[in-house]
Design a protein around this ligand. Sequence first.
Ligand code: PHE
Length: 344
Amino acid sequence: MKDKIQQIKEDAVSKIEASKTIEDIENVRIAYLGKKSAFNEILKGLKDLSPEEKKEIGPLANQTKKELQHLIDDKKMALESVIDEKKEWIDVTAPGTKHAHGHLHPLSIVQRDIENIFNSMGFEIADGPDIESESYNFDAINMPDDHPGRDMQDTFWISREDGRKKGTGTVMRTQTSGVQVRYMEKHKPPFRIIVPGRVFRNEATDASHEHTFHQFEALVVGDDVSVANFLYIAETFFSEFFGQEIKARLRPSYFPFVEPGFEFDISCTNCGGKGCSTCSQTGWIEVGGAGMVHQNVFEAAGYEKDKYQGFAWGFGLERLAMMKYKINDIRLFHSGDVRFTRQF
Ligand code: PHE
């Protein structure tokens, strides 16, 4: 009987070792420890043995059974872990998951594009403060206190008591034009600059008006700068910016700091000037204000009167971005909605 148990054990151990799958090991368990196994027969037959034999065979059979059970469990675990390893196998050639990385806001993209184009035409970039003195924002550019031109721009006045109160001396700048004088006080002609900047207007908002937006001021001053120079620069800039040939046209208009003053239009970027719904069938789109710098502005900057000529030009950054990317609501830019900004 002892030999038989030993024999079964040896067989079982070699089969356990040879098992390669969970199924194999399960078959070994059924064959050697299952109800119908030879081993079970021995255990069942214990009752028929003599007391001495029982004493000897009983513990041996139980001990062997336990050992086999352990070996089977261990082997099963080992096989399972191999399978798990397989599941976690890393295929280094598989395409990875993309990391989300940051990107520029559409206004930053457009601002950089504009700056690059003007840089390539020899323009420098100048800067001024968002919170501006009343004198730079208005007085110095020929808009003194009683000038009706001030009414053209609804202003946020900075005051300790009431933000709407006029004449506090400090404003949220309504235009980048004030930087003209700031720059000219420190530099002598000839020069070409652009001034990108955030501006503020105390206005109700709608799809084409925001209280906070961005302007680009261009200022070119020298001995004989002319309107023709302005037209050439404008057409070159817009053609480059939109990647198609653009024509510009001027219409007489009024801004206190220029004389003569113009509003200027560019040929419709959608239909090329034939007439479509974007340009209300006119073939032209209004983009900004411009004109020859008023001699009073040169004087305010400390230049000798009638010595220099120059043109100034202002346009809205949001408006250009809207035309370029076909965006129909200016409020989207500052909405903070990532579904919008992620598209750029
Ligand atoms: N500053 C003017 C505005 O905000 C635009 C402008 C700039 C007009 C330069 C003429 C010359 O409306």
